[in-house]
Design a protein around this ligand. Structure first.
Ligand SMILES: [Cu+2]
Length: 441
């Protein structure tokens, strides 16, 4: 042991002179020779015979296989599609949810009668009102299913009483088809999504009776209008919420013209996101001298979160991210097609009824001119052209697009996931897609 340290062995031990154990052939421990030279080291005979080692190995494999078999027979490895309602109280159907602070990994989670979405992180102590806002629509409370081909945004007839235009709105829960094979549970005005289109003229005195048949309180805000504060519809701020079964009457004189929107202003993160909105179009008192357009189309955008047959309000957060998108309550290819001829001009009223995301809406076939923003006319000298415009929640843009060439020209969102239906494309698109079909002139 007196040799000098070799460079490769910091311990100062010469090659072939390892202290302690040495691995002999076959992996059995061997010790060095008693004289420490290492040259005479010989493997010791193993304590177990070869047949004994083989027997232990085979037994281990048999026990391992038995364990896998038992787990596959009696364990629950479902990632989703758990049977609902089997478990009382707070229970996940994903097989691992149900613990405080955990969301269902693959399935919805039931919490005290509420159904929470898969993937939501539910921290202990989450406020019960917040939970209720984000829960699925209670399917047991829906009393009406709209026909699968029903359309929203239908013009609401007015009746005139002593010079006042009177409209009736009624809120309720409905089942609504956004595609022939996809049905959502929605909060609706007059049993349609979007709610009916209210068309009035600048200067009109209007009275709107709102009856609440929802299981929740609600209110209606007239987005963008100049009106008396007590008619503004901000629940708990300018009026008490309209309780289930009760009514409230809004009355005001319309001063402006342009494209507006009405929507719930009680828990709007839930109610508007689930369909409680509609277009409010105010025609100018003095129409423009010459028609600046030949046709018009209203485009109301919405996101939907549909999971395992439940509908949740879309929100930009875990578990509530949308997987369906609609224009006027329908996903492409169920969206309407606009029929035009070459040379005609189309007025598109983009309405930001969406609540969770901004949608860069693009029109194929050439640029459009922005003529109104949030109902306000853009002076001709300030108008400019674009082919894509961001429609943020609450915004409205009125644009004029000219049909320059025949063919099928698309209007669609340019966040390309928003032109899929649950991630899938159908007939060249999905969700926020519609077609302008231009015939030769
Ligand atoms: Cu989009």
């Amino acid at each position: 042991m007196s040799s000098p340290a070799s460079p490769g062995q910091p311990g100062g031990l010469p090659e072939g002179d390892m202290p302690g154990m040495q691995m002999g052939p076959g992996g059995a421990p061997a010790t060095g020779a008693p004289d420490g030279s290492g040259a005479a080291a010989m493997p010791m005979a193993p304590a177990a015979s070869r047949p004994e080692i083989v027997a232990v190995g085979v037994l281990s494999l048999v026990l391992l296989a038995a364990g896998v078999l038992l787990a596959s027979l009696f364990g629950d490895f479902r990632m989703s599609r758990g049977s609902m309602g089997e478990m009382a109280g707070m229970s996940g159907t994903g097989g691992m949810a149900g613990m405080s602070g955990m969301g269902g990994a693959g399935g919805v989670t039931q919490m005290g009668g509420l159904v929470m979405p898969p993937g939501m992180i539910m921290a202990p102590g989450m406020d019960p009102q917040a939970q209720a806002d984000m829960a699925a629509v209670d399917l047991a409370k829906i009393r009406y299913t709209a026909p699968a081909d029903a359309r929203g945004d239908q013009v609401l007839p007015a009746r005139v009483e002593n010079g006042v235009k009177v409209f009736d709105l009624e809120t309720s829960l409905i089942r609504w088809n956004i595609l022939p094979d996809v049905q959502v549970a929605a909060y609706a005005f007059n049993r349609q999504v979007p709610g009916p289109r209210i068309v009035i003229t600048q200067g009109d005195r209007v009275r709107i009776n709102v009856r609440n048949n929802l299981p929740d309180p609600t209110s209606v805000h007239w987005h963008g209008l100049i009106l008396p504060n007590e008619m503004d519809g901000a629940a708990d701020v300018t009026q008490p919420p309209i309780q289930p079964g009760e009514s409230f009457t809004y009355e005001f004189t319309v001063q402006q013209a342009g494209s507006y929107v009405y929507h719930s202003h009680f828990a709007p993160d839930r109610q508007q996101a689930l369909g409680l909105y509609g277009a409010l179009i105010v025609e100018p008192k003095a129409p423009p001298p010459a028609p600046a357009y030949d046709k018009e189309v209203v485009i109301q955008l919405q996101e939907w979160t549909v999971k395992q047959g439940y509908t949740f309000p879309s929100m930009p957060m875990e578990g509530l991210l949308p997987n369906f998108f609609t224009i006027n309550g329908k996903s492409y290819p169920s969206t309407e097609t606009v029929q035009m001829k070459v040379g005609e001009r189309l007025r598109v009223r983009f309405i930001g009824s969406n609540t969770a995301f901004i949608h860069p809406m693009h029109i194929h076939g050439g640029p459009f001119t922005i003529v109104e923003t949030d109902g306000n006319p853009v002076p001709p000298a300030a108008q400019f052209q674009k082919d894509t415009i961001n429609i943020g929640p609450g915004e409205r843009y009125d644009v004029i697009w000219e049909a320059r060439l025949p063919g099928k020209w698309l209007i669609h969102c340019h966040i390309n996931h928003h032109i899929t239906n649950d991630g899938k494309e159908e007939q060249g698109g999905g969700g926020l897609t519609m077609v302008i079909n231009v015939a030769p002139s």
